[in-house]
Design a protein around this ligand. Structure first.
Ligand code: HEC
Ligand code: HEC
Length: 213
């Protein structure tokens, strides 16, 4: 866990309260490029489970509540404003997605969201790569039915050209996904454990990635 100096914390608190011009906040720029790590050995294996539409649908329905949980949905909204809190209200400070998903003008995500969680209630959750998707490839979870979500996840036109194996790798390894289970003080966690969620996604894909009805 990276330690955040109390000085940094003070500055962020000040910025959040609007007592400090945001332009004066200078933090080290972080590598925001998402890295696609090579698939692990387990992921390279050819699908082993036999095709089974009913089993596949059931696995997706078991995983679905995780996508709908605020820890995930808040970064995958319909519009261009990220959401906050367990009631998924629009992000304060008029924060916007911006052209690359990293914020608009001086309100860059990484100005406030550090590489690790800041201790205390209502502090910004941290992650070295905290950002959302660009407006051209939104990957919306908010308001999607299970069928709509499954179609979107499978569609290379809507998922940034990912294969199902890459999708599985993402939900298994990605730091923003894992962060949902280490969300910072006072925040609830998604309903399944991460390992259970990843197992359900694997089963959905291995049994044929069927679209729920
Ligand atoms: C800080 C914002 C943020 C949070 C929180 C977040 N995501 Fe994401 N998510 C992203 C970004 C950015 C991408 C695109 C990254 C990429 O393409 O590798 C993404 C991509 C995805 C994808 C890839 C879609 C595809 O077709 O490959 C899935 C699935 C996903 N997220 C699931 C989740 C789940 C599940 C959670 C909660 C446990 C979650 N996300 C939380 C920002 C976030
Ligand atoms: C001015 C500072 C600031 C900026 C800039 C900022 N955030 Fe936040 N963000 C916060 C704070 C503070 C919280 C925690 C609010 C709370 O818990 O009440 C937060 C919470 C969030 C949450 C909710 C997390 C959860 O699990 O519920 C999301 C999602 C989020 N921010 C996304 C973003 C994205 C994406 C950007 C850039 C486009 C961004 N933020 C820019 C300060 C900021």
């Amino acid at each position: 866990m990276a330690k955040v100096s109390s000085d940094t914390r003070q500055r962020i608190v000040a910025a959040i309260k609007g007592t400090l011009a945001l332009g004066t906040l200078v933090f080290a720029t972080q590598a925001c490029q998402t890295k696609h790590a090579a698939p692990t050995a387990a992921e390279k294996q050819a699908p082993s489970a036999p095709h089974d539409d009913a089993g596949s649908r059931a696995a997706f329905l078991a995983a679905y509540p995780v996508f709908m949980h605020p820890r995930c949905m808040n970064c995958h909204p319909t519009g261009n404003v990220p959401l906050q809190g367990d009631d998924s209200h629009p992000h304060a400070q008029n924060v916007q997605r911006g052209p690359d998903g990293k914020g608009l003008y001086a309100l860059k995500c990484a100005n406030c969201h550090q590489s690790a969680n800041l201790p205390g209630l209502n502090m910004p959750p941290g992650n070295p790569n905290w950002h959302m998707l660009p407006p051209t490839m939104k990957m919306v979870f908010h308001g999607k039915t299970p069928a709509e979500l499954a179609r979107q996840l499978k569609d290379p036109q809507q998922n940034g050209g990912k294969t199902l194996e890459q999708l599985l790798h993402h939900v298994t390894e990605d730091k923003l996904v894992l962060g949902g289970w280490d969300p910072g003080d006072g925040r609830t966690k998604p309903p399944l454990r991460h390992a259970e969620f990843a197992a359900m996604m694997r089963e959905w894909i291995e049994k044929g990635a069927a679209i729920p009805e």
